[in-house]
Design a protein around this ligand. Structure first.
Ligand SMILES: [Cu+2]
Length: 352
């Protein structure tokens, strides 16, 4: 019943979300009602034009001016039909606008002329990847002008603004075949390259497959040991020379992201304020005192040890067991980034 016309003409994209059947049904309902009345009204008009045309010798009959039955029916029937359309549209719209509580959350950033997605583990990536059969909420923001986020296969669309977060949700029902994807478009004219503001949405068959992709999406993991050395020696030159490696930033910028995404932020400020743990502001190169070890300078080895084995040296004045070990939860390359970040934190002069 759904999509009969548009679908058979190949005008509708695949139905890949839980919203698609309802949206298509109401689209078709409206379309078929319109076609029916178009044919009826235009057909009768043409018929009457011919049948009652002026002919020589035939006098025009006096036309009736009123028919209660006719007027009632052409008022009541269309009213019922539009109320049905309104009810269907309103219900479908409300389903889309009320966000589920248990959803997987992904951040969307729009800028002239690209999309960027921020996943819960802090990875930023130019493609949208989601698991099948999991409700996903997108929280969207624009760096510049008004954009609009649209995935035709999911039948969802929402404006993306500067100065206000907007949300959109969907639950994909159809995994994209290997190597294929659902197009993501910007549908608000946003400047010269608006038409190229597209990206891919890949729906993974299982949650596990999606998580695997997410782990591999870390740009640092894509580098071979040789490339990694080259990157550490001169990050900006390396990034400029490898535009194919998406999302790569300087080690210090990566470190700042990890400070946020790995939860270090909860206990370590970077502006000098003491929290559960000491601030990182200005600690590089200082000599710290411990309740269980001789004084030690804050250098690469000390920071690394503090992360993988925080109990080894308990900083004076802090609870010795407050910091959990990150052994196994952080890679060596991530530790390098955090070290690079701490190095940039001069005391007193940090931005937030
Ligand atoms: Cu745009």
């Amino acid at each position: 019943m759904t999509g009969i016309l548009a679908d058979s003409l190949g005008l509708m994209p695949p139905k890949a979300s839980t919203f698609a059947p309802a949206v298509d049904f109401w689209f078709d309902f409206t379309l078929w009602v319109s076609i029916f009345f178009f044919v009826l009204i235009i057909g009768l008009m043409l018929l009457f034009m011919v049948k009652y045309r002026r002919r020589p010798g035939v006098r025009a009959v006096v036309t009736p001016t009123h028919s209660t039955a006719l007027e009632l029916s052409w008022t009541v029937i269309p009213t019922i039909l539009v109320v049905i359309m309104f009810w269907g549209g309103f219900k479908t719209y409300m389903d889309q606008r009320v966000m589920p509580l248990d959803a997987y959350e992904i951040g969307v950033n729009a800028k002239q002329w690209a999309w960027e997605f921020t996943y819960p583990n802090g990875i930023r990536h130019p493609e949208l990847h989601v698991p099948k059969d999991v409700p996903v909420v997108l929280t969207m923001y624009s760096d510049d002008v008004l954009h609009s986020f649209f995935i035709p296969a999911f039948r969802v669309k929402m404006d993306v603004m500067r100065g206000r977060y907007t949300k959109l949700w969907f639950q994909a029902t159809l995994a994209s075949p290997p190597g294929q994807y659902y197009p993501v478009l910007c549908t608000e004219y946003c400047g010269t390259s608006h038409s190229t503001m597209t990206t891919k949405c890949v729906v993974h068959e299982t949650r596990a497959e999606f998580e695997q992709w997410l782990r591999d999406a870390d740009p640092l993991k894509k580098l071979t040991p040789e490339q990694y050395d080259e990157y550490l020696r001169d990050p900006s030159a390396f990034i400029a020379a490898h535009p194919d490696i998406q999302g790569l930033q300087s080690p210090a910028d990566m470190g700042r992201k990890l400070w946020d995404s790995k939860g270090c932020k909860q206990c370590h400020s970077i502006d000098g304020k003491v929290g559960t743990g000491p601030s990182w502001s200005g600690i590089w190169g200082q000599t710290h005192e411990f309740s269980n070890a001789p004084p030690t300078a804050v250098d690469e080895n000390y920071v690394k040890e503090s992360i993988v084995n925080p109990r080894a040296k308990a900083l004076k004045g802090y609870a010795a067991n407050a910091m959990p070990t990150y052994q196994g939860r952080i890679t060596d390359r991530e530790i390098d980034s955090i070290i690079a970040f701490i190095k940039t934190l001069k005391s007193g002069s940090e931005a937030k």
